[in-house]
Each structure stands twice: as C-alpha cells, then as structure tokens.
Design a protein around this ligand. Structure first.
Ligand SMILES: NC(=O)c1ccc[n+]([C@@H]2O[C@H](COP(=O)([O-])OP(=O)(O)OC[C@H]3O[C@@H](n4cnc5c(N)ncnc54)[C@H](O)[C@@H]3O)[C@@H](O)[C@H]2O)c1
Length: 388
C-alpha cells in the first residue's frame, strides 16, 4: 500500500453503476482532489455506455481486471448485496481502500471476515451509512453528548417508502439470493437502526420483530430494471414469482441500560417516497428529525416553548459545522450527505491509513447492523424476544 502525495488526485474506481453508483460518481466529483478513473458494470456494452454518459475514462465488466489495471487508491462497491463480500475481499487483498454500500455483506460472518481482513491490511474501510451525514443528525449526536437531553428513555423511528407497493414492482432486493435473509430491514432498517445507535449512544440489547409480506407473489419483469425505474415498464412483460422476504417490519427494541425503542420499516407505504423519521425522548428534553425536512431539527421541552433549529453553521456545534458547506437558508440534502461522508473518508485515504478513531462509519458499523439484522430475523422466525 502506498501513501498518496497530497499533490496528486486520488484515483477512485466504482463497481455497480445503477441508482446509487451514479450518486457516488456525482458526489465524488464534488470533493476536491478526487478523480473517478474507472467504472465496472454488469456487461461491457453497458459499462461503456455508462462511462460515456458519466465521462469516466475506463469501462470494465471484469471487476478483478479493473482493480489490477487501474490500481485505484480506493474502490466504491455499489452492486447488489450478494456481490459485496467477494468484491470487497478482492480489493482488500490488493491493499486498496474500500467504501462499500450497505449492507456490508449478506451475513454477519462474512462481514466479520471483511472487518478482520481490513484490519490486517491496515486499509481505510467505510460502510455507506450516509444518513449520518445530514448535518442535523450530527447535531443531534452532539446535543446528546453534551447532556442536553438527559438520559434517553425512549426512541421512536420509522423509515417508509412506497416503491414496492404494487405486485408489479420488482427489484433484485426481493430475491433472497441477492438480498440476503431480509429485504426491508437490511435495506432501509439498517440505516435507521444505525442512526438510532449512533445518535443516542445506546446499544440495542434485545429485539422483538413482526414482519409481513404484503405480496406473497410478485410479477417479475422479464428484462433487468434498475432501482426506482420499474414504473416505466409495460405491464405485459412479467412472470409470477413467490416472495419469501418481508415488505414491512415492526420491531420493538430494548437498549442496554433500560431504554425502550420502536421502529417501523416499510417499502409498501403509499405516498411515502423515502421518509425517515426519528424521535429521541430524554429526561430533560426530546428531539425529532425528519428526512423530508432535513434542515430542521425539532427540540421538545416540557417547561418552555418547543423550538425548531434551522441548519445554519453559525448556530451549531463545531463538529456539525464541519459537515455544512452552505450558509443557513441554502438547503443541503441527500447528495450532500455523500459528499460529506467522502470528505471524512478521503482525508483518511490521503494519509494512507485509517485514523485511530474514525468519525466515518467503518466496517465495524457494517458488522453491527448485520448482527442486528440476524437477531431481528431470528425474532421474526421464533416470534419471541431475542437477546443481542
Ligand atoms: N446508501 C444509500 O442511500 C443507498 C441507496 C440505494 C442503494 N444502496 C445500496 O447500494 C447497492 C446498489 O443498490 P442500487 O439501488 O443502486 O441497485 P441497482 O440495481 O440500481 O444498481 C446495481 C447495479 O449493479 C450492477 N451490477 C450487477 N452485477 C454487477 C457486477 N458483477 N459488476 C458490476 N456491476 C454489477 C447492475 O447492473 C446494476 O446496475 C445495494 O447494496 C444497496 O443496498 C444504498
């Protein structure tokens, strides 16, 4: 592994140029000193088309060949979940720094193996829990750390979408082979529960889950579709397939120390496009944040009027300020979270080794969420509380 000179741009390669891979490219280009040198996609023709569209110099369908020829400083893995393990492992063995989309793998055992290998190789390793990078999410964490809430006794959260509402909505996430043993929980529940533990500093100690599969059969398109693009298909072009994974999950949480939590995760909630809401209830105060209005933080009090804090660098903790690029009133959103995550990760890549206490979510966070996912699935299967 080499330590890059601060003067040369860092070389970045990306695997999987679907919905989110394209957001990676766009956001990487907003961080000074980074160059997207190559991409890898499922076929050579598609890779070349994506490379032309995104003005990326090199296109591959063979991921191993891309790593060997391009020798990137860092690779981003944004393919379906079942490919994460082998792709990340290959990069780590070559001493290449890695940013992997969530979930880090499809099982906790695989994720632990990747975390061990990353440690052994001494490379920077990050899992893409970008929701942490909304500035007011960091502000919630700082307010809790400064004692503004007092001890937290309850956390309420939901992450709701509607893009899988109809039986004709189909995506690789619906297949156990590509997604793993959960769909909604691993896909969006992992963002929510990661955020809850990150902001509250609490650790989930037991879970009780109730899943539902709203469509036991779905109509699978006979041709491939990228995430969120299924609405454009012709309804005649489908075949019926049985569905094993959950469309929605309601989960009760217990935390070490006695706090309680409750989360709802759904991809079949009409009208909810991508809505993450969370509320932390403490002994002194409460705070609530909603991804639909990410530049506002509600602060609840029993004895004084409730307040709404607007994202403004002059009004927040210095650690939060570091995640804000624009003045108050100039709104920041989804794409900005990617940029802010990359700024922290690539500061580490530039030095060549992971910091002692990384601020960004590392593979350890990926392992934690997969371990929790497995306990949640076990609770659903047993219909009982399961200790973590
Ligand atoms: N952090 C977030 O907010 C967020 C949002 C969406 C998705 N994700 C994660 O990103 C990953 C991708 O999800 P998506 O929604 O972009 O899916 P997608 O289906 O839109 O894109 C995945 C792409 O990977 C390509 N691909 C498949 N096999 C490949 C291979 N062997 N080599 C290279 N490319 C290959 C597919 O052709 C497809 O275009 C998933 O793990 C998902 O959980 C994260």
């Amino acid at each position: 592994m080499t330590t890059p000179s601060p003067l040369r741009p860092l070389r970045v390669a990306i695997a999987g140029i679907g919905f989110i891979g394209q957001v990676h490219i766009e956001s990487l280009r907003r961080v000074p000193g980074l160059e997207v040198v190559a991409l890898c996609h499922s076929s050579q023709a598609a890779a070349e088309e994506k490379a032309r569209a995104w003005c990326v110099p090199a296109a591959y369908s063979d991921y191993g060949e891309m790593l060997a020829k391009e020798k990137p400083d860092c690779v981003h893995v944004a393919t379906p979940n079942n490919l994460h393990y082998s792709m990340v492992e290959k990069a780590l063995r070559l001493g290449i720094h890695v940013v992997c989309e969530k979930p880090l793998a499809v099982t906790a055992t695989e994720a632990e193996a990747l975390a061990d290998l990353a440690r052994e190789k001494g490379v920077v390793n990050a899992v893409h829990f970008n929701v942490r990078y909304y500035p007011l999410v960091r502000e919630m964490k700082r307010l809790r750390e400064k004692g503004e809430l007092g001890p937290i006794h309850a956390v309420l959260g939901s992450y709701l979408q509607d893009w899988l509402l109809y039986a004709t909505d189909y995506n690789w996430r619906i297949s156990t082979a590509q997604s793993g043993d959960t769909k909604a929980v691993a896909d969006i529940g992992s963002h929510l529960i990661d955020l809850i533990e990150y902001v509250s500093g609490l650790r989930v100690s037991a879970v009780m889950a109730d899943f539902a599969t709203v469509h036991p059969f779905r109509k699978k398109p006979k041709k491939a579709v990228e995430t969120y693009s299924g609405k454009m298909l012709d309804t005649s072009d489908y075949e019926d397939v049985p569905i094993a994974l959950e469309d929605l999950a309601h989960i009760l949480l217990r935390f070490e120390g006695g706090a309680r939590g409750m989360v709802a995760v759904s991809q079949v909630a009409a009208g909810r496009k991508n809505d993450l809401q969370v509320e932390f209830c403490g002994a002194k105060a409460a705070m609530s944040w909603d991804s639909r209005r990410p530049n506002e933080l509600w602060l609840g009090s029993r004895d004084t009027a409730n307040r709404t804090l607007l994202r403004d660098p002059s009004l927040v903790d210095p650690e939060t300020r570091a995640l804000i690029s624009y003045p108050g009133g100039h709104n920041e959103g989804f794409g900005d979270t990617f940029k802010q995550l990359y700024r922290e990760v690539y500061d580490a890549v530039r030095t060549g080794t992971p910091p002692a206490e990384p601020k960004y979510p590392t593979f350890a966070a990926g392992c934690r969420q997969l371990a929790l996912c497995e306990k949640i699935v076990e609770s659903q299967r047993r219909q009982a509380w399961v200790e973590v």
